[in-house]
Design a protein around this ligand. Structure first.
Ligand SMILES: NC(=O)c1ccc[n+]([C@@H]2O[C@H](COP(=O)([O-])OP(=O)(O)OC[C@H]3O[C@@H](n4cnc5c(N)ncnc54)[C@H](OP(=O)(O)O)[C@@H]3O)[C@@H](O)[C@H]2O)c1
Length: 343
């Protein structure tokens, strides 16, 4: 296949960090991104060039382009962490062996919101032919996080766990795991409209954080079901209040910051007398610390779940590359699914 000299890409307009903490919302992408024609990147040793078929938009992408994520932006480099496509070139034995292979990938060197992405061969996962592009393009960030965090739930031994922002793609995956393993989720959402769908997916309880009696209802559910793990991507005062309403030994595992509110820790004594803990989870660290054989097993299970319909990536909008800058903010306002970018 002939690889062109240049490609269309949605590139970042800023370097480094912004110092703000406004959360993964976007009024307008134009201050952060621009569509450009740029040279197709060349693989160095251990890297592959991927012809992108589809790229997903995750909250981490929005944190990142705004300069609020855990790694610095690079001005002029394409945005987009995750996608799927076909490897068209590689350098080094393993990278070359992937040429022609359809892969899910995390873009480590040149982002996925482009016609071609550049990444480490080790950041690619060969994809089963029976998986849809929609599931392949969103196969790493959320599914691996769901599997890894659900292991924490299983090891805890309790009969339920609490999951906030449960209408998120990650929430739906975690609820499905809870259903299949007999440890059903206590889900919280901010919109009542999401509740029924989450019950249908297998959540034991769905509580609406904006309801006037939310705190009383949560206290009753926590007393009855005795969860010890709070998997939380919101990080607001409701999250803190739920944590303090949970039993001894409760762990608040924070893995996202959807709210820009700074919660107050109102009951410090619980850390001393009730052995409570606040922890963080980041998939990047899990990838680095988990042995290869275990990661392979997890990936196989992820693909099996998508192939058999136990999991499904919901898509709320599709944007061609040349409409991303103008259309991304509006597309992100459509609820209950991922925005997918196609070249
Ligand atoms: N630490 C890690 O390694 C890791 C890995 C993967 C994902 N994550 C995090 O996981 C979270 C979910 O990701 P996703 O891709 O599944 O999200 P998603 O599908 O884009 O969904 C986002 C959800 O969050 C809800 N939400 C947004 N702002 C909120 C707020 N202030 N209060 C309550 N709910 C709010 C939205 O509710 P509405 O529909 O009401 O707007 C929506 O249901 C994100 O924070 C992401 O950064 C972290």
């Amino acid at each position: 296949m002939t690889i062109p000299q240049t490609m269309k890409a949605v590139v970042q307009l800023h370097d480094g960090y912004s110092g703000t903490a406004t959360g993964p919302t976007l009024d307008d992408a134009a201050p952060f991104l621009e569509l450009r024609e740029i040279p197709v990147p060349q693989p160095a040793e251990g890297q592959v060039l991927i012809k992108v078929a589809m790229a997903s938009v995750n909250p981490s992408d929005i944190h990142f382009i705004k300069g609020e994520y855990g790694q610095p932006r690079v001005k002029g480099a394409p945005a987009g962490f995750e996608g799927c496509g076909t490897v068209v070139a590689g350098k080094g034995a393993y990278a070359e062996s992937l040429v022609g292979q359809r892969v899910a990938f995390v873009a480590t060197h040149s982002g996925a919101w482009a016609e071609y992405a550049l990444t480490d061969a080790s950041a690619c996962i060969p994809v089963r032919p029976d998986l849809r592009d929609e599931d392949a393009a969103a196969q790493i960030v959320n599914p691996l996080t769901a599997m890894a965090m659900f292991d924490i739930v299983r090891e805890d031994g309790a009969e339920s766990f609490v999951f906030t922002a449960a209408g998120s793609q990650l929430g739906k995956l975690a609820i499905g795991l809870g259903r299949d393993h007999g440890i059903p989720a206590i889900a919280t959402v901010r919109r009542e409209a999401q509740a029924e769908a989450l019950r249908a997916l297998g959540a034991a309880e769905v509580l609406v954080t904006t309801a006037p009696d939310f705190h009383e209802r949560f206290a009753a559910v926590a007393a009855a079901r005795k969860p010890r793990i709070l998997l939380d991507a919101v990080g607001d005062q409701n999250s803190a209040d739920m944590f303090f309403a949970m039993r001894s030994g409760a762990r608040w595992i924070t893995y996202g910051k959807l709210s820009s509110e700074a919660p107050r820790l109102t009951q410090m004594g619980q850390f001393i007398f009730m052995n409570k803990r606040i922890e963080g989870f980041w998939l990047t660290r899990w990838m680095q610390s988990t042995p290869m054989e275990q990661r392979i097993k997890v990936v196989q299970e992820v693909q099996e779940r998508f192939a058999t319909g136990k999991w499904r990536t919901d898509v709320s909008a599709r944007l061609p590359l040349d409409q991303v800058v103008e259309g991304l903010a509006e597309a992100l306002r459509r609820p209950d699914g991922k925005v997918m970018i196609t070249p």
